[in-house]
Ligand binder design. Structure first.
Ligand code: FMN
Length: 371
């Protein structure tokens, strides 16, 4: 089982379950909607990730494991051979720059719309709708719909989709995969009491709510080995209308159980900068360190100094950076050399569907005296 090597520098190399990463920074997974309606990785996406390959670890945008898992326009998938093959150009481009890359595996569950499913309802743990902002569909922004609770007998098929996706990711040359169990998507919908009111063996008790994630982890670990599999959790998050009164009990249990799989890392969205549910005192990295001995990755709202401090005091082994990385492809070099950062990008530029460089791959690297 990987043990954390505490008290180090953000800019020092790290042994991530046998995979050497050059520094403790990760490119946080970020959906950018550039894969076209065919949901295929392409040369522009390869260039975007290669530009950010000096992060110790690149984590791709969330990538759907099945057509049922789709819920956003033009996000990539990995549920056909063509999709798997398209990802190879991305892993090759990142590896050519000396980088490491994990694919994030995704099923949106209720954060979807029937327009993505030929009129069929989106699925979830229970028939509970997202309250809040709408969903962008092929015909424009729509209200969220009440999802259909997956039948018990369908869940083995969901697990099998994750396993097939992991097999394709391995064949495409990914160094590992991160299972997205955060931000109110399907696995989080099963995990949390707010969205899971099932009475079968996948609901009610925390053990049962964790069952689908456990089965997915076990299936994916069988493909990649535990040291190449990560899990992302959002104990404090409210995104997609999440936040359960028993969040502390739920996420403590999940982290304790995940300990057994010798994961590459546990990715904890501990910071509150992506929204906080205010159901109690937020869970901290220290809470997770006390129950999970493998590598921990921190995220949400970390700037340079916070990242340096988190690694130095041993609270985190790695720190994932999202928004600053959009406009700073060379963020690792900028932070290491104390070079200035480019301003954050405009949120209106994040999910533009056109497959063009503007707002995606046209952010320059820092040149001393150049700007
Ligand atoms: C444009 C954008 C897209 C995102 N897409 C994903 C995603 O695909 N998967 C995921 O787990 N989180 C996603 N997130 C959340 C980020 O990974 C990260 O948790 C969040 O931006 C907070 O980190 P930051 O403060 O460093 O930006 C996204 C965030 C942004 C801004």
């Amino acid at each position: 089982m990987p043990q954390s090597d505490h008290s180090s520098s953000l800019f020092s190399a790290f042994d991530l379950g046998g995979l050497k990463v050059n520094n403790r920074l990760a490119l946080a997974p970020m959906t950018r909607s550039k894969a076209g309606p065919e949901r295929l990785a392409n040369p522009l996406i390869a260039e975007y990730y290669a530009q950010r390959a000096s992060a110790g670890l690149v984590i791709t945008e969330a990538t759907t494991v099945s057509a049922q898992g789709n819920g956003y326009l033009n996000t990539p998938g990995i549920y056909t051979d063509e999709m798997g093959d398209a990802w190879r150009q991305v892993t090759e481009a990142v590896h050519a720059k000396g980088g490491r890359i994990f694919l994030q595996l995704w099923h949106t569950g209720r954060a979807s719309h029937s327009e993505f499913h030929d009129g069929a309802q989106p699925v979830s743990a229970s028939a509970i709708r997202i309250e809040g902002d709408g969903v962008h569909t092929p015909s424009g922004k729509q209200d969220y719909e009440v999802p259909r609770a997956l039948e018990t007998g369908e869940l083995k098929g969901v697990v099998a989709d994750y396993v097939s996706a992991a097999e394709r990711a391995k064949a495409a040359g990914f160094d590992g995969v991160e299972i997205h169990a955060a931000n109110g998507y399907l696995l989080d919908q099963f995990l949390q009491s707010k969205t899971n009111q099932r009475t079968d063996e996948y609901g009610s008790s925390v053990e049962n709510r964790f069952r689908l994630l456990r089965e997915v982890v076990e299936g994916v670990v069988a493909v990649f080995g535990g040291n190449r599999v990560a899990v992302r959790l959002a104990p404090n998050g409210m995104f997609n209308d999440m936040g359960s009164p028993d969040f502390r009990e739920t996420f403590t249990y999940a982290a304790k159980e995940l300990e057994a799989y010798g994961l590459a890392y546990l990715h904890v969205m501990d910071g509150l900068a992506f929204g906080f549910h205010e159901q109690g005192e937020p869970m901290t990295l220290e809470d997770f360190r006390a129950i999970f001995t493998g590598p921990l990755m921190a995220n949400c709202g970390y700037d340079r100094q916070m990242s340096i401090d988190a690694v130095q005091r041993g609270a985190a082994d790695m720190v994932a950076i999202g928004r600053p990385y959009i406009s700073n492809p060379d963020l690792a070099e900028r932070w290491e050399n104390s070079w200035p950062e480019a301003p954050l990008s405009e949120p209106t530029s994040w999910y533009t569907l056109e497959q063009v460089a503007a707002g995606f791959t046209d952010y320059p690297v820092y040149e001393a005296g150049g700007k």
